[in-house]
Ligand binder design. Structure first.
Ligand code: EPZ
Length: 422
């Protein structure tokens, strides 16, 4: 296990290249199971979650080669239709092999992922959708077994739940439906850019999909899909995290390269409301620190609303922004593990019922803190950048799950961070 020592007070300048999206890569990697032919996927970030997904695919029979961001996968023959607990427990997104396995094999057996530190993470909507296409689901020994004895058949499938649409649930049903008989209409579909990237990947493979990026996706089943080359979209959450780093600690400004600013609209809008200057070009975003920073009230929402995956990082910004800010997470109301760690650094945060009320203080002070999940860990790194003293952040494997070399990227911008064995 490794830890970071972040020496607070450095000022950031220069530019950073944003990696390919982790959350787009994961379902796209799973979708390679839908064809016997070779797929080449570029800009897959080198993070532990994509490594776990590749291990799962290899376990299922895929041949995988990986070199500097490009992954070549060929799954000529499925060796198994089971994703076992020791791999699934490491990464919840492994549930997105259910759809492709069912489509290709008419069977899937995936260990139930269980809850996680950001709260209850049910998969009832995934199962409801796959059952709607003709699969039968049974749960036994902690595994969910899905079988479509007569194959999958297109239907109208409603994917909306009480917290809105489900991203990976939409992905699973879309991946199952591409090889189903007839037409599937997904209503209440998630509109996230990662869903659109998966749809683009599937379309390039030969799938017939329209409406991705809207709440109504229509899929006409085809009998076969082929190999494809694809470049994953930029990671909008990594980008958002660096935007907050700029808002907190830029000497003047920092520039993010290789981004899609359209995907960053809600984050840009909030940072501007907080007084930051955010300049946008076709593939770059430049963020300057606010001359007169002010707090804000934000509520997480499905895309294009403010992302839950950026909520913790905004808490870091608000912790040192004058005035009172309110952060409400409607998607994962229990996702506030970072708050208690930030309090150890002197933040004034009260969390109740999915809402954090933050009174900005002048400066945080270093303390030993513990990373608890991916975005909470990123938030602690951000807080440590401006804290007084040297912050020790343990369990940084959480951050390595989803950020490609975050320490090196911040060091290149001028931060002082050491990665040490714990
Ligand atoms: C994706 O998870 C992302 N993960 C998450 O990012 C992200 O926080 C989340 O979408 C919301 O944007 C990946 O893409 C790999 P959901 P997903 O199903 O699809 C409820 C990160 O930090 N729900 O859209 O699993 C659920 O409890 C990660 O990178 C059900 O009730 O999330 C939540 O309240 C963490 N039943 C809401 O829907 C279900 O069957 C949205 O969750 C499924 C979900």
């Amino acid at each position: 296990m490794e830890k970071f020592i972040v020496h607070g007070g450095s000022q950031l300048e220069g530019s950073v290249n944003i990696s390919g999206s982790k959350n787009a890569s994961l379902p796209i990697l799973a979708a390679t199971l839908l064809t016997r032919e070779q797929c080449v996927i570029r800009r897959v970030p080198d993070v532990s979650d994509t490594n776990y997904m590749l291990q799962i695919l290899q376990n299922l029979g895929a041949e995988v080669e990986r070199a500097s961001g490009t992954v070549v996968i060929r799954c000529e023959k499925l060796r198994s239709h089971e994703a076992p607990y020791d791999l699934v427990r490491k990464m919840r997104a492994s549930v997105c092999v259910m759809g492709p396995l069912l489509a290709r094999h008419n069977r899937a057996s995936v260990s139930l992922p269980g809850g996680c530190v950001i709260g209850d993470r049910p998969i009832d909507l995934h199962l409801r959708g796959l059952e709607g296409l003709g699969a039968e689901a049974t749960v036994e020994g902690g595994n969910v077994h899905l079988e479509a004895r007569y194959g999958l058949t297109g239907k109208v499938i409603d994917m909306s739940g009480k917290h809105g649409a489900t991203v990976l649930g939409t992905d699973n049903v879309m991946m199952a439906a591409v090889l189903a008989k007839g037409t599937t209409v997904i209503t209440g579909a998630a509109c996230e850019p990662e869903v659109v990237d998966l749809a683009d990947f599937l379309i390039a493979m030969g799938a017939k999909i329209t409406g991705a990026g809207t709440p109504r996706i229509e899929i006409e089943g085809v009998s076969e899909l082929g190999g494809v080359e694809h470049t994953v979209i930029p990671d909008r959450i990594e980008a958002g995290t660096f935007m907050v780093a700029g808002a907190l600690a830029a000497k003047d400004s920092i520039t993010l390269r290789r981004v899609n600013p359209e995907h960053l609209t809600s984050i840009t809008e909030v940072l501007r409301r907080c007084g930051c200057k955010v300049e946008v070009s076709k593939t770059t975003v430049t963020v300057s620190r606010a001359a007169n920073p002010v707090g804000a009230n934000i509520t997480t929402e499905p895309y294009p609303g403010f992302p839950t995956d950026m909520q913790a990082q905004m808490c870091s910004l608000f912790a040192v922004t004058p005035g009172t800010s309110v952060v409400r997470d409607t998607i994962f109301p229990q996702r506030f593990m970072h708050a208690s760690e930030m309090k150890r650094m002197g933040a004034d945060i009260t969390v109740d019922d999915g809402t954090a009320i933050i009174h900005g203080v002048e400066q945080l002070s270093a303390a030993p803190v513990m990373a608890s999940d991916l975005r909470a860990s990123a938030a602690l790194v951000l807080s440590a950048l401006t804290a007084k003293g040297n912050t020790e952040i343990s369990r940084v494997y959480h951050i390595d799950r989803g950020y490609e070399h975050i320490d090196d990227k911040l060091i290149n911008l001028g931060a002082e961070i050491e990665r040490l064995p714990a």
